[in-house]
Design a protein around this ligand. Structure first.
Ligand code: SAH
Length: 214
């Protein structure tokens, strides 16, 4: 990967900041320290890559804030071998963090064709191999590949899409920001065929999860 000592130094600072903000999962911190976020930024914004903020990408979307990526990833409580579904591939940065955790089977869905195309090419260029990158509506999940041990939604959902809950294994976790204008970070854990535990983790702001009108 195209990286430099300057970028590595900036990443160490970013990791320190995330630790100060309360991210404690060492595997997640290591992943943030190893993934060159500057390769996922839009051209012209590279100098901001290691600032803990969201930035615009194509199709009016954003690359998530590193803190948010780390926080959501930590909430997924991933184990080696887990099958993970990401809704909202976007820049591919969150996907790259999941891949950097190693030992996961990563599926990711994007509904903006432009982003889907450029990010698939970027994954190829960087030698990143998610199990599958899908162009489609993540609201429906990925029924033919379900169940998943973990599902992460990287856009704000007005309501929790039912198909996502149904596609969790027993013991599986869904981490999803829920709300219209701003969102409450919410984790559902499936405890039985029809039972879920729900926990909330404070407010965040995401671009909206869009529902296809079909
Ligand atoms: N994980 C991304 C975040 C991108 S922002 C990153 O790290 O860069 C959220 C993304 O969700 C956008 O790319 C948007 O196009 C996508 N999205 C919104 N609604 C969606 C849907 N119903 N299905 C799949 N992707 C969706």
């Amino acid at each position: 990967m195209i990286d430099s000592t300057k970028h590595q130094g900036q990443r160490r600072q970013l990791v320190k900041l995330l630790e100060e903000k309360g991210v404690y999962d060492k595997r997640v911190l290591n992943a943030v320290g190893s993934v060159p976020r500057h390769l996922f930024m839009d051209s012209g914004l590279e100098e901001y890559s290691y600032i803990d903020k969201a930035y615009p990408i194509a199709a009016n979307q954003t690359i998530s804030q590193p803190y948010t990526v780390a926080f959501q990833t930590q909430l997924l409580e991933l184990q080696k071998g887990d099958r993970v579904l990401e809704i909202g591939t976007g820049s591919g940065y969150q996907t790259a963090i999941l891949i950097a955790l190693e030992g996961l089977k990563v599926y990711t869905i994007e509904r903006q064709l432009e982003l889907y195309k450029t990010t698939v090419l970027l994954f190829k260029k960087l030698g990143l191999n998610p199990k599958k990158v899908i162009f489609g509506d993540g609201y429906q999940g990925l029924p033919d590949q379900a169940p998943f041990d973990a599902i992460i939604v990287t856009a704000g959902a007005p309501q929790v899409p039912k198909p996502l809950l149904e596609q969790l294994t027993i013991g599986g976790r869904l981490v999803i920001p829920v709300g219209e204008k701003d969102q409450v970070m919410t984790r559902y854990m499936r405890t039985g065929e029809k039972t879920f535990d729900r926990q909330t983790f404070g407010n965040f702001r995401f671009v909206p999860l869009l529902k296809d009108e079909r």
